[in-house]
Ligand binder design. Structure first.
Ligand SMILES: Cc1ncc(COP(=O)(O)O)c(C=O)c1O
Length: 414
């Protein structure tokens, strides 16, 4: 479909998404090139379309030096090109996972679209919806790469809302910042958060959703759900705000999209398997999928089949759940030890209850303090916003936590 025809279809299927397209997003279309022509010839007796080697049996013909390293994987999935959008079974498997978390009355979700890690998903969405001058509302503090993706790379105008208060999520600050947006604009939500390590209460999540649904739009609400399910305080909802938004989304005003992936959820950091999923209140979604397909074709073309085959096989492994739960229990134990240790030592911290992180207010320059802690033998990350210091307990052992708190207390205890 031409870009103009695709844009018209998107306007019919999802008006808010169509109105939010960046100049690049509006230009993108998936040409009827090699991938399309190869697919059309799939049933031919002689399919001489695609430039990839098949053996005498018509299947992948990997060199043994490579094949012996991944003997358990389906060789076709792992050694041939995966389609843009990802391995079909993997997409369906991830969709089933998301469906288990759906709120009552939720709008349908698109078939998850496989990306080369979550950062790539964010970049693809930035390609579609952020151009020079697009307002992008980011949490403060936030994962430092957002500024590069949405600002440096895509030319968006970065605005921020204060994501933390001593009581939890600052709904007032968020409401004021969203209220000041004149759509089209992009709002980024990240719960559990990096660097805050914070997941909202059910009441905070409801208030946040109410703020977004009251906006006249058009807005793209991007839920970066990298740490989905990692909420250590059992009182808090474990799942993404995306599911709450899916129950009230209005395609005239809001496009709700999520990025998530195997990176953190399966602790497969080096695998680079992420997903982009959209809420589609009116159904449809083909035009949005084609825009994403076009954006991936011009960036990485196709995501690693080997990594996708590994994730697919792992998701089908009945032992996976128990293995994940064991790691979650370990992380929750580190979290509880750190929370109690900081409190006992009088070291102030922003409220933290999820993901991998604790954020500590820096009484002086965060960068200077970081260097001072390096001399004490403790590596932390400094965040200019605040200023704050981020501690990742994911990379500490449980037994490291008490000595780390002791080091922290020498410089930060009040
Ligand atoms: C909030 C958040 N989003 C996205 C990412 C990037 O994930 P990936 O490594 O899959 O690109 C991270 C990684 O640290 C993150 O913390």
């Amino acid at each position: 479909m031409s870009a103009a025809a695709l844009n018209a279809r998107l306007a019919a299927e999802h008006p808010a998404a169509a109105r939010c397209l960046s100049p690049l997003g509006a230009r993108l279309y998936f040409p009827r090139g090699i991938p399309v022509q190869a697919k059309e010839a799939a049933a031919c007796a002689y399919n001489a379309t695609i430039g990839q080697l098949r053996g005498p049996d018509g299947h992948a013909a990997p060199l043994d030096a490579l094949r012996r390293l991944v003997p358990a994987l389906d060789a076709d999935q792992s050694f041939l090109y995966a389609p843009q959008g990802g391995l079909p079974n993997l997409r369906d498997r991830w969709a089933a996972r998301l469906a288990e978390r759906a709120s009552p009355g939720s709008a349908p979700l698109s078939r998850p679209f496989v990306t080369s890690g979550i950062t790539h998903g964010l970049s693809l969405l930035a390609d579609l919806f952020v151009g020079p001058g697009t307002e992008v509302l980011l949490p403060s503090p936030c994962w430092d790469n957002y500024a590069q993706v949405f600002g440096t790379r895509s030319g968006g105008i970065l605005r921020s809302y204060s994501a933390l208060s001593p009581e939890g999520f600052s709904v007032e600050g968020f409401a004021a910042a969203v209220g000041a947006l004149r759509g089209p604009a992009v709002v980024v939500l990240n719960f559990p958060s990096n660097p805050g390590g914070y997941a909202p209460s059910a009441a905070e999540a409801d208030q946040l959703v109410a703020v977004l649904t009251a906006h006249p739009g058009p807005l793209v609400v991007l839920c970066d759900d990298a740490y989905q399910g990692m909420v250590w305080d059992a009182e808090r909802p474990p799942h993404s705000v995306m599911h709450r938004l899916a129950a009230v989304a209005d395609p005239e005003r809001l496009l709700v999209v999520s990025t998530d992936g195997a990176t953190k959820e399966l602790f497969y950091f080096g695998g680079r398997v992420g997903f982009v999923t959209a809420v589609l209140p009116g159904g449809g979604g083909a035009a949005l999928e084609e825009k994403l397909t076009a954006a991936i074709r011009v960036s990485v073309s196709s995501v690693s089949g080997t990594a996708q085959a590994i994730v697919l096989a792992a998701l089908d492994d009945l032992a996976l759940l128990a293995q994940r739960e064991a790691l979650h229990a370990d992380l929750a134990a580190r979290w509880a030890r750190l929370r109690d240790g900081l409190e006992a030592a009088g070291v102030p911290a922003w409220p933290f209850n999820a993901a991998f992180f604790a954020l500590l207010p820096a009484p002086t320059d965060a960068e200077e303090l970081r260097h001072a802690f390096l001399k004490d033998g403790l590596g932390l990350v400094s965040a200019a916003a605040g200023p704050n210091l981020r501690l990742s307990y994911a990379s500490l052992q449980l037994d490291d936590i008490d000595p780390v708190v002791e080091i922290l207390a020498k410089r930060l205890a009040r």
